[in-house]
Design a binder for this molecule. Structure first.
Ligand code: F3S
Length: 296
């Protein structure tokens, strides 16, 4: 079995920056809490907790005296205000690409435009963007939801359109096509992160020439699950968080396997999965040779 690793697999710039910032603070002896899990990867979060980093569910649950890291997804204005009210020292790891969308959201309100966000309304990044808007906002997860929220009244308003940085590229293209057709004066900001474009494109290219794709990443990682969907359109696709989930049976009859990973998957986990896959291949080859020996 041939194994091909995607060049784009693993940490993106924003996640890498957030993890390094938090690790450095912990190393320097700061008492640090993150607002929510720093990234959507349980193994990485557990490793940070082992270094003394606390994961707080809310501003209220940040232990007294702890400094707070805002993760790459960003947060709304209300959260900054609540942290300031508590006097907490803040280390802002909001990804600069997300911060740009937050500024567009604020600008939409200032000029009286409705803000259309392509994304998952339950995702922290989208909630953070909404938290910077000061006017009318609509969030849609795909074309169907966009059509439903595009009432005649909304279509006639000036509209600013943005996407969650990890939004699925094909869905974005069909949504913006619809918006250009029916909205009176839309301003479309292509805010899907280039890291997302690159990962999804490479996943598609790999999946087209493989019998099996292995996508590594957290089950709650939105960008990982999108890679699973993209790859799954072209070949059998296995979603795993760690090497422990891989069995020899997964690769029966597979001649070429592709491996990619979400933007929040540490390289150590990718290496473990690749090693496990290589072991499976070696064991298969050995048992094949044993079979030949026995038949001679
Ligand atoms: Fe930032 Fe793009 Fe990663 S928005 S957090 S570099 S996926």
């Amino acid at each position: 079995m041939e194994i091909i690793r995607a060049e784009t697999a693993g940490f993106c710039f924003g996640v890498d920056r957030a993890v390094r910032m938090t690790e450095q603070l912990a190393r320097e002896g700061h008492k640090v809490a993150t607002l929510g899990p720093l990234i959507h990867n349980p193994q990485c979060v557990a490793a940070l907790e082992a270094q003394g980093v606390v994961t707080a569910d809310s501003v209220e649950s940040v232990p007294a005296g702890y400094e707070v890291v805002i993760r790459s997804h960003g947060v709304g204005e209300d959260v900054y205000a609540a942290l300031a009210a508590r006097g907490a020292e803040v280390h802002d790891a909001t990804c600069p690409f997300v911060a740009k969308i937050q500024r567009i959201a604020a600008q939409a309100g200032r000029v009286g435009a409705v803000l259309l966000i392509a994304g998952d309304e339950d995702h922290p990044e989208v909630q953070g963007i909404v938290g910077h808007a000061c006017g009318e906002v609509r969030v849609f997860a795909g074309l169907e939801a966009l059509e439903a929220c595009s009432t005649p009244e909304i279509r006639e308003k000036p509209a600013f359109v943005v996407a969650q940085t990890t939004f699925e590229v094909t869905k974005w293209l069909e949504s913006t096509k619809f918006i250009k057709k029916v909205y009176t004066s839309p301003r479309i900001f292509d805010t899907i992160c280039s890291a997302t474009w690159a990962r999804q494109q490479e996943a598609e290219e790999l999946a087209r020439r493989c019998d099996l794709m292995v996508v590594i990443g957290g089950r709650h990682s939105s960008n990982t699950q999108k890679l699973v969907r993209v790859a799954g359109r072209y070949c059998r696709t296995l979603a795993v968080e760690t090497a422990a989930e891989i069995t020899a049976g997964d690769f029966a009859g597979v001649r070429r396997a592709g491996v990619t990973a979400g933007a929040s998957t540490p390289s150590s986990i990718i290496e473990e999965v690749l090693n496990k896959m290589s072991e499976v291949v070696q064991n298969e080859e050995m048992s094949f040779e044993e079979m030949i020996d026995q038949s001679l």
